[in-house]
Design a binder for this molecule. Structure first.
Ligand code: ATR
Length: 274
């Protein structure tokens, strides 16, 4: 049986194996999909071991998306543009093809939820691999994005990486606190790993109102700390990233097998709110 995996740290919480099991059942494809915990600095070795043992495709999650990009021999256009990789496929038993299905998966979920339109003004919290992977599809859709990150330099680096593209800018956290009453955001996306660690990113409370959409790229067994904080301060339209996870997984599945699973019923089963 063909073997697939998700690589990450932490990985215990990952729902990818369950989702891929449902896709396999739905499409009649036989596959084995496992979770692989990777110690920091051991990513390449783990991937090469996996391939040597017959693994032919994988998802890459926090915090290895940059490393996955560097490891690939060939990149899809989406991965080239994103500069980070969340899906790999082994070709002819040796070459590694890298793709990025995060951005397209997120956009699909946000559109399904009616959380986004081409004029949306987005506050993107975070500037790591997860944030980098979703920026371009949202900008191409027409949105304006402001990045806010604990380490301002990392946000600035992303602006440089995307060649100062129109509609993408970065604010210092203290400036967001000074200007928040003059700027209206329609959608706030948490792309930091804080929800996985149980922390909260400190943004001005007044940015939250009943009309603003709040989306967390991550998901937990319970409501994520970020969404709990937003709700506490008046947000009514919230969603965790389970829909994105299922949509991006479907695009990965398509890359591996050439068949697009139907995601609707699976999302309905796993969505907890809205
Ligand atoms: P990923 O590839 O999933 O994005 P990453 O590259 O490790 O993982 O990036 C993690 C993101 O979460 C970064 O934006 C990080 O902020 P820094 O660039 O300042 O490190 C953010 N992050 C992690 N822990 C945080 C915390 N306790 N408070 C605020 N931001 C945090």
């Amino acid at each position: 049986m063909k073997t697939f995996a998700v690589f990450g740290n932490p990985i215990k919480q990952s729902k990818s194996p369950i989702i891929h099991k449902l896709f396999a059942k739905q499409t009649g494809i036989l596959q084995n999909y496992i979770k692989i915990y990777v110690e920091k600095n051991n990513f390449n070795k783990k991937i090469f071991n996996f391939i040597q043992n017959g693994g032919i495709g994988a998802n890459i999650t926090i915090p290895f998306k940059h490393e996955a990009y560097k490891l690939c021999n060939i990149l899809t256009k989406r991965a080239q543009q994103a500069g980070v990789v969340n899906t790999i496929k082994v070709i002819n038993s040796k070459k590694i093809l890298g793709d990025n299905t995060d951005g397209i998966g997120l956009l699909k979920d946000l559109r399904n939820l009616k959380f986004i339109n081409p004029t949306s003004n987005i506050l993107l919290i975070g500037a790591g691999g997860a944030a980098q992977g979703i920026i371009l599809p949202l900008i191409k859709f027409g949105c304006n994005i402001t990045i806010i990150n604990r380490t301002y330099e990392r946000g600035k680096n992303l602006i440089k990486y995307f060649n100062n593209i129109k509609n993408l800018n970065c604010l210092k956290l203290e400036d967001l606190f000074k200007k928040y009453d003059k700027i209206k955001y329609n959608l706030i996306i948490n792309a930091t790993s804080t929800s996985l660690m149980g922390n909260i990113f400190n943004i001005p409370v007044s940015i939250i109102n009943p009309d603003v959409f709040c989306y967390d790229l991550y998901y937990n067994f319970n409501i994520t700390p970020f969404l709990k904080w937003c709700t506490l301060h008046g947000a009514r339209k919230i969603s965790d990233g389970i829909g994105m996870l299922i949509e991006q997984a479907a695009y990965s599945f398509y890359l591996w097998h050439g068949i697009m699973p139907n995601t609707k019923k699976i999302i309905k089963k796993y969505k907890k709110y809205n």
